[in-house]
Design a protein around this ligand. Structure first.
Ligand SMILES: O=C[C@H](O)COP(=O)(O)O
Length: 292
């Protein structure tokens, strides 16, 4: 039996014990200033548009640098996340603030390119200043049952990354079943993912509580079995405080308070920041106008 099949068999009993995902989420007690600020610090503030340019990414970064001065009571976001060609812009413009420089790589978002190009793209992004890399699994190969291929690709990319963090996107909206999401989670973690991430944000559905539920249980099972700590990143379509609070609650309830840190929990989002800031201002009784 192949290595990946043995691995999946080992984790099957844990999968069978995953409870049903709740349909309703009671978030009322969670919408506090403290929690919303924590969520803010977990954001991978993302711009992944075909229209992005060096100038627009520069402006995006400069806004974050001004934000730190204009909102001294707010934490910094976890990372800024951009296309690889802008890694050097992040390095130059964010050098004076404490924020991670994340870059999508390896043929993002389809992952449909040669492995040597995936490795090259990743190495270049790191050389130019990224310290976190987000890649997508080869979804088509995974769905064909080529688990070994998916595992080896991730391992190879990770092996070229030194200390930089690797986030592996499962593209859960394309995985067709809860079992597939579980298996992709286990394979990605075993292959060296520091984080597993739901979605690229480029297909629908993107992040869902149901997909997150399975992934977070997989992280828990993997931690219990290996002692390894893997982070979780829901991404795609998360735009309101309530959307984010569902993932916050899910991580808190299943993995515990110790996962509520930007080392272990990120939320990939392009539109969440202003809504969080608006809700925080409302809780503080202060006026707010969109900042980002
Ligand atoms: O990785 C992050 C996602 O691409 C962001 O998706 P979003 O634009 O729907 O927030």
């Amino acid at each position: 039996m192949e290595e990946t099949e043995q691995l999946l068999e080992k984790y099957e009993p844990a999968f069978e014990k995953v409870p049903e995902c709740p349909v309703n989420w009671d978030l009322s007690a969670l919408k506090t200033e403290e929690n919303l600020k924590k969520i803010f610090s977990f954001i991978d503030l993302t711009t992944l548009n075909s229209t992005d340019s060096a100038n627009s990414v520069q402006d995006f970064c400069d806004k974050l640098v001004s934000f730190e001065k204009d909102f001294p009571d707010m934490p910094m976001v976890g990372a800024v996340c951009v296309y690889p060609v802008f890694a050097s812009v992040l390095k130059a413009r964010l050098k004076n603030i404490d924020v991670n420089r994340a870059v999508v790589s390896a043929g993002f978002p389809s992952s449909q390119t040669y492995l040597d190009l995936k490795v090259l793209e990743t190495k270049k992004a790191l050389d130019f200043g990224a310290n976190e890399i987000d890649i997508v699994i080869s979804v088509g190969e995974f769905l064909e049952g080529n688990h070994e291929f998916v595992m080896e690709e991730i391992k190879r990319i990770k092996s070229e990354m030194g200390d930089a963090h690797l986030k592996v996107i499962l593209e859960t909206g394309a995985l067709t079943s809860i079992e597939n999401i579980w298996e992709a989670s286990i394979i990605a973690m075993e292959a060296g993912a520091d984080f597993i991430k739901t979605s690229t944000g480029k297909i629908s559905p993107a992040a869902t509580p149901e997909a997150a539920w399975v992934m977070v249980h997989a992280i828990k099972a993997y931690h219990e079995t290996t002692g390894k700590v893997i982070g979780f990143k829901p991404a795609g379509g998360i735009s309101t405080s309530e959307d984010a609070l569902i993932y916050f609650k899910l991580v808190k309830d299943i993995l515990g308070e110790e996962w509520l840190t930007s080392e272990r929990f990120r939320i990939g989002a392009s539109r969440l920041v202003n809504n969080l800031l608006s809700d925080i201002s409302e809780l503080q009784g202060k006026p707010f106008s969109p900042y980002f």
